[in-house]
Design a protein around this ligand. Structure first.
Ligand SMILES: Cc1cc2nc3c(=O)[nH]c(=O)nc-3n(C[C@H](O)[C@H](O)[C@H](O)COP(=O)(O)O)c2cc1C
Ligand code: SF4
Length: 369
């Protein structure tokens, strides 16, 4: 039986355990998206805490694709020295790091991106967002594909161990896949195959830029849980195509900020049955993609549940976000024999200081201080 605290090789990345820090916006970059010392310290703490793999926060590939205050950018070679600091800090502590890249599309925000109007496959509002995006021209689509490829190349040059495409949570890649948000009538809209095309083009462009030896992963929404939007059938189609074309791993997620209680980061994970809330979706992707490495994220809080996920064969890696905001040293605590569940109470309070520009942090921990 596979175990959580055992070494594995993920597409050439040697990992000391099966625990993953799922991508988490920290809100600590400077105005231009540049890396700052407090941000480097966050990664140092995570690496010291013993997590097997760190996935960076979502790094925006074009300024117009920026969403949140303090989001880190990867849209220019000028940002390379800062990005390199992150990889070096993690490696010096024996950790591994994959960079997540994103274009927020219709979920970008002109208040944080320097006044640029958000763009999307179609001029369709993203539920929960105030700006109706402008529909992308064919040429703009090509430019975004190149921006993703350039961003992946920068990660490789900065010494990262791999790249993860953010294909989840309603951002641009997910917008193209969604029948309700992509109503294009050209080769990028229409049936499932056409709606998958943008993501596959981005993946192929990245592969050409970084070569076959650099791991390329994707975080994928299996279901948007939103009327008329992406369903399991859409995601299975895309996952199967990506697997056939050599993607190295899929992290299974779901929901968008517009999905209400069925969003990606659900509140009130209290009982064991609240945990692992995308487990059924992981099983669906597992049956479609065979032995392709899968990561499961969403509400994982206790070792017993995680062990049962691994035993079930539904996923090979266990990703967490909020538990590591509260306890960056959680893996080390568990490894030392203290098996108590993660202290995070899933209140979602950590977003608030982030939106105020103070950086994401655990507000419950503040109360204890
Ligand atoms: C503060 C915060 C920031 C997040 N930032 C990202 C991000 O940059 N990229 C991403 O894919 N998901 C992001 N997420 C979602 C998490 O990666 C994860 O999918 C979700 O929180 C469920 O996992 P959890 O129950 O372990 O928190 C974020 C979540 C939180 C709470
Ligand atoms: S504020 Fe703290 S306890 Fe609440 S969800 Fe965030 S990390 Fe967990």
């Amino acid at each position: 039986m596979p175990e959580i605290f055992e070494s594995t090789n993920l597409a050439g990345i040697q990992l000391t355990n099966r625990l993953v820090r799922s991508a988490t916006w920290e809100g600590l970059a400077d105005e231009d998206g540049g890396v700052t010392s407090p941000l480097v310290q966050t990664y140092e703490q995570l690496a010291d805490g013993g997590i097997g793999l760190i996935i960076s926060s979502y790094l925006y590939v074009q300024p117009v694709g920026k969403q949140t205050p303090g989001q880190v950018g990867i849209y220019s070679d000028a940002l390379l020295p800062g990005i390199t600091r992150l990889a070096t800090a993690v490696h010096e502590r024996g950790g591994k790091i994959v960079g997540q890249i994103v274009h927020c599309g219709g979920q970008a925000d002109s208040r944080t991106n320097g006044g640029l109007h958000p763009v999307a496959p179609s001029a369709v509002e993203s539920p929960g967002y105030r700006e109706t995006p402008q529909a992308l021209s064919r040429m703009e689509i090509d430019e975004i594909v190149y921006s993703f490829a350039d961003a992946a190349r920068r990660l490789r040059d900065a010494g990262f161990d791999g790249v993860q495409l953010h294909g989840a949570h309603g951002y641009l890649l997910a917008q193209f896949l969604s029948p309700s948000r992509n109503v294009r009538t050209d080769e990028y809209g229409g049936d499932r195959s056409k709606r998958s095309r943008f993501c596959l083009d981005v993946y192929q462009a990245i592969r050409s830029a970084v070569g076959s030896g650099f791991p390329v992963l994707i975080k994928l929404n299996v279901d948007d849980f939103m009327e008329g939007s992406t369903t399991e059938q859409d995601s299975v189609f895309l996952a199967t195509e990506l697997a056939a074309n050599g993607i190295d791993a899929i992290e299974v997620s779901g929901g968008t900020p517009g999905s209400g209680k069925l969003g990606p980061a659900r509140p009130n994970i209290v009982q064991p049955e609240d945990e692992a809330y995308f487990l059924e979706q992981a099983k669906v992707i597992r049956s479609a993609t065979g032995d392709l490495p899968l990561m499961l994220v969403g509400g994982l809080r206790s070792l017993d549940i995680m062990e049962s996920v691994i035993d079930s064969g539904a996923a090979d890696y266990l990703s967490m976000s909020r538990p590591l905001i509260r306890e960056p040293d959680l893996p080390r605590r568990w490894l030392s024999g203290d098996r108590a569940r993660a202290a995070c109470v899933s209140c979602l309070g950590c977003f608030l200081p982030g939106h105020k520009g103070e950086g994401v942090r655990c507000v419950q921990k503040d109360k204890e201080a």
